[in-house]
Design a protein around this ligand. Structure first.
Ligand SMILES: [Zn+2]
Length: 475
């Protein structure tokens, strides 16, 4: 039962516990204990918009706001269900018994679980970085998609968000897209994009965090939907594609709500048959709630964009962490759904198949072009720490880790820190030069975690450290 009145519902409280935003802020205070660090540090200029920086008195205030806005899940969810038939919208409406939010987890797939100690309340939990990762990857991929792909996804996006484009505006968009595509492809060649994409996905796979890649950094900010300046902006096509990919993620979770039952242990939820079923329902819902041919086609493309990004990550993460069927199997299953169960006209289907084949080829080329970066082991935490200690700027390492912690300190990051600690302890024992210095810097994270109110952080860091030590002993 929910509280009678006032105060957040049990589901809301549960969600904020899974997010742990206040505790992350407490940890920041403990790590950056000097009072002046409560002013935004220099790196904040890269992570926060001018509006965000101007609106906050202290860094802590800014941080709290940022951690709340990193959670884009609710916005995507609301837009994804906005076009569904009224009776489905009623069932999927957010309430005290149905909540959606981002949680501290470094996976890419969402999950649905029963809120403990309630009869019916359900929470849809999307890993903190998922929507941001899809957005950043789509920014990069859209540089090399064809003219037809960008034109269709943009047209679908504006129709989905309810912006009517005049015939004149559409014509203007067409010729500007041709010019802009040519410029972007020349400035950011395929091998450069492949490098950025691999780095972006490697960070997510090993640390669970989503840095802003160099292309997005250069092109930000993307003007608002109603602004004239958004037309053919370097980030426009990627944002349109990401919108549909994220709708697919949200509708997949909706399908679980409509069709399946849950327990409060989310680890047992992902039975493969249910995942394939949820994918199929999500795709059908997305296509059925589309108003135009371009929307229907882009709904399908969005699902594949998500699964192709997922496939790249799947290969980079250990098997023990996989909760869903492999993305390759999910792609094959969705192909069959498109062939048999999705209401598309003959022309739409042919157009979709053409675009889909080109998309798959593009992903293959990007993957092959970045193969060299996947050779050997690559511990980002260790590399960044070494670089800063060698340069004599160890405080910058702590700043970098703080930036990563903006993603709510995912489990993967705790493991990467633990692995680095074990490696450095071994180096100290064998007398490797400057290893003790590096370990001392790293240990500040552990010490500040145990001094902050975020006891779960200290516990998680310690559990990850014990596991890394055991693994080392077994090697
Ligand atoms: Zn699922």
């Amino acid at each position: 039962m929910q509280p009678a009145s006032g105060g957040p519902s049990k589901a809301r409280v549960y969600l904020s516990k899974r997010q742990g935003i206040q505790e992350v802020c407490d940890w920041f205070v403990a790590l950056h204990s000097m009072p002046e660090r409560l002013r935004p540090p220099p790196w904040a200029n890269e992570c926060f918009s001018e509006e965000e920086l101007a609106g906050c008195e202290t860094f802590l205030e800014l941080l709290l706001k940022k951690l709340e806005t990193v959670d884009l899940a609710e916005g995507y969810y609301s837009r994804a269900i906005a076009r569904l038939p009224a009776e489905l919208q009623e069932k999927l409406k957010l309430s005290d018994e149905l909540v959606v939010g981002a949680e501290r987890r470094g996976d890419i797939n969402g999950t649905v679980c029963r809120v403990p100690q309630t009869d019916r309340a359900v929470a849809i939990l999307i890993p903190m970085g998922t929507t941001a990762l899809i957005e950043r990857c789509c920014d990069l991929i859209a540089i090399h998609t064809g003219f037809d792909f960008s034109t269709i996804t943009n047209s679908a996006f504006y129709s989905r968000v309810g912006v009517r484009e005049s015939a004149r505006r559409k014509l203007k968009r067409l010729w500007r897209t041709v010019i802009e595509k040519r410029r972007l492809k020349k400035k950011y060649p395929l091998h450069w994009v492949a490098f950025q994409l691999q780095t972006q996905l490697h960070r997510q796979a090993t640390l669970g965090v989503v840095d802003v890649n160099d292309f997005t950094k250069e092109a930000l900010p993307l003007p608002s939907v109603l602004s004239e300046a958004r037309m053919c902006h370097p980030l426009e096509a990627g944002a349109s594609m990401a919108e549909f990919a994220c709708h697919f993620i949200m509708l997949h979770e909706c399908a679980h709500i409509l069709e399946h039952t849950f327990t409060s242990s989310d680890r047992t939820q992902h039975l493969h048959a249910r995942e394939f079923e949820a994918d199929a329902i999500a795709l059908r819902l997305s296509v059925q709630s589309s108003r135009t041919a371009h929307e229907r086609i882009t709904s399908c493309l969005g699902a594949f964009v998500f699964l192709l990004i997922n496939q790249w990550l799947y290969a980079a993460t250990p098997e023990s962490t996989h909760t869903h069927p492999s993305p390759a199997e999910r792609i094959n299953a969705l192909m069959k759904v498109i062939a048999n169960q999705v209401p598309l006209t003959h022309v739409e289907r042919r157009l979709l198949h053409g675009l889909l084949s080109k998309l798959i080829v593009l992903f293959e080329r990007l993957y092959q072009s970045s193969a060299i970066l996947r050779e050997g082991t690559n511990n980002t935490v260790h590399n960044v720490l070494t670089a800063h200690v060698m340069e004599g700027t160890p405080e910058k390492f702590l700043d970098t880790v703080s930036r990563w912690f903006l993603f709510g300190i995912p489990d993967k990051l705790c493991h990467a820190l633990a692995l680095t600690r074990v490696e450095l302890e071994r180096e100290v024992q064998s007398g490797t030069s400057r290893a003790a210095e590096k370990l001392e810097v790293l240990m500040k994270i552990y010490e500040s975690a145990s001094h902050s109110r975020a006891s779960w952080l200290a516990d998680e860091l310690d559990a990850a450290y014990q596991a890394a030590k055991r693994n080392q002993a077994n090697e």
